[in-house]
Design a protein around this ligand. Structure first.
Ligand code: ZN
Length: 197
């Protein structure tokens, strides 16, 4: 029976590499997957799933107005739907994913972040936590210690920030996966030593 999966994890927990792996597994069996990512702006089109270790694949970039159910329905012989950056889906799009699973019987795997840099659920993640059949955490370590990273600390110009827009596009920001303790108390000296400053 087809199911809707939500696999969430902090930054750098291997979500994109897992998608590329799952897609590869289907394709070696001669089965077709529909690979989606988020356009983040209003232009749907060609996007990429990019992993930090350098592997990447083209994917269809969906914008918030795209109907994913229609997209899948109009594609031929799709064996699975794989979605990167699923945190940016709208609630309506997550409901469309449940239709893909329940009406078209196509397994659907959504990968994304759970909470934003200020520890609020992303809309897509909130809906997926409610509607997914299976929820799995992808684990990675804190950037500063051996605890599990459960939050994403945003840095702007090398400094941690605790307020701002949920989605910052085109800014000069970076993120680090961190445990709760290091979210509130990042070891900035260790960071400076690492970057050689
Ligand atoms: Zn830590």
């Amino acid at each position: 029976m087809a199911q809707l999966f939500f696999r969430y994890g902090a930054m750098a927990s291997g979500k994109s590499i897992e998608i590329i792996k799952v897609a590869h597994n289907y394709e070696t069996q001669g089965r077709k997957v529909l690979l989606l990512t988020n356009a983040l702006d209003d232009r749907s089109g060609v996007g990429t799933v990019t992993s930090r270790i350098g592997m990447q694949r083209p994917a269809r970039a969906v914008s918030s107005t795209d109907n994913i159910f229609d997209l899948v329905k109009n594609s031929e012989s799709i064996a699975a739907v794989l979605i990167d950056e699923a945190q940016f889906l709208t609630k309506e799009q997550v409901l469309q994913l449940t239709q893909v699973v329940d009406e078209l019987h196509i397994p659907t795997l959504a990968f994304g972040l759970k909470n934003d840099a200020f520890n609020n659920l992303f809309p897509g993640s909130e809906a997926l936590l409610i509607y997914a059949d299976k929820i799995e955490e992808m684990k990675t370590l804190c950037s500063f210690c051996d605890r599990k990273a459960v939050m994403n600390l945003r840095f702007v110009d090398g400094k941690p920030v605790y307020e701002g827009e949920q989605i910052q596009i085109g800014g000069d920001e970076a993120y680090m996966p961190v445990c709760r303790m290091h979210y509130n108390h990042p070891d900035l000296e260790a960071l400076a030593r690492r970057s050689g400053k």
